[in-house]
Design a protein around this ligand. Structure first.
Ligand code: ADP
Ligand code: MG
Length: 247
């Protein structure tokens, strides 16, 4: 299977703290991979390295065969690799629709895009994606006035505006009520299957990741501890020990 993302020997430290140590992994095109591990094991840092938020100390990161480890966030995003955050990054005072339009690939960052007129094609795309995540009836509400779970769905729709090839999702279900979790998981599966977008998902909810991912990587203390299919990971004693805090 062709990997869309390949990391080899990636290391990232902050002063004396080594957050990622010699991480080698790959994500096959069109699949959903999970990234699990106890708090502080380096999951978010790994996504920051991939997405271009942090320069890495050493190693290689390839996306669609191209070395991206020296590139910054906007360039990597233009190549089709986007991340979302544990905390949502939406403009709470703008409407859902305005948030969508500033996420169009040609929009200037943030405030500046307010001054640019969006095209009918962008508006159609925004309508269609808001419909896809079930937020079309709320499109004229301020993003700050919808629920946290709906904000997560909005963030997903915003990410889809630029037609990415791969999404990095950092704890997409954190803080969402169980009813909306199922909605979000259903949309994520459809994003993967219908749109062919590769997903790499950090998740601490085991039920969620076991039901979503084709393959799972587990980090502990910044290193890859285990990898395998969900059913293999579930019964891997090293993973169980890492979560239970055994050494
Ligand atoms: P996780 O997402 O698995 O909870 P993180 O990647 O957030 O873990 O953190 C891994 C380690 O790196 C932790 O020890 C954390 O304190 C440290 N760390 C993460 N980001 C920074 C930063 N910007 N500056 C300094 N230390 C950081
Ligand atoms: Mg994290």
């Amino acid at each position: 299977m062709t990997p869309i993302l390949e990391m080899r020997g990636v290391r990232k430290s902050f002063g004396g703290v080594v957050a990622n140590r010699d991480v080698t992994l790959s994500v096959p095109e069109g699949k959903t991979c999970g990234l699990i591990g106890p708090n502080g094991s380096g999951k978010t840092t790994l996504f920051s390295c991939i997405a271009g938020s942090h320069p890495i100390d050493k190693g290689s990161i390839r996306f669609q065969g191209r070395e991206i480890s020296a590139l910054r966030v906007p360039k990597i995003a233009r190549l089709g690799l986007l991340r979302t955050f544990q905390q949502t990054r939406i403009y709470v005072k703008m409407t859902c629709m305005q948030n969508m339009l500033i996420s169009a690939p040609d929009a200037a960052p943030g405030w500046n895009s307010f001054f640019r007129k969006s095209s009918p094609a962008e508006e159609r795309n925004a309508d269609e994606l808001l419909e896809f995540v079930g937020l079309f009836p709320k499109r004229h509400l301020r993003a700050g006035d919808i629920s946290f779970g709906q904000q997560k769905l909005l963030e997903l729709a915003m990410a889809l505006m630029s037609e990415p090839r791969m999404l990095l999702l950092d704890e997409p279900t954190a803080g969402i009520n169980p009813k909306l979790i199922d909605d979000l998981l259903d949309r994520l599966r459809r994003v993967n299957r219908e749109r062919g977008i590769t997903l790499f998902v950090i998740e601490h909810n085991m039920r969620v990741i076991m039901g979503l991912a084709d393959y799972i990587y587990c980090l502990a203390h910044g290193e890859l501890l285990a990898q395998g299919k969900p059913e293999e990971i579930q019964t891997d004693q090293r993973v169980i020990d890492a979560y239970l805090g055994a050494q």
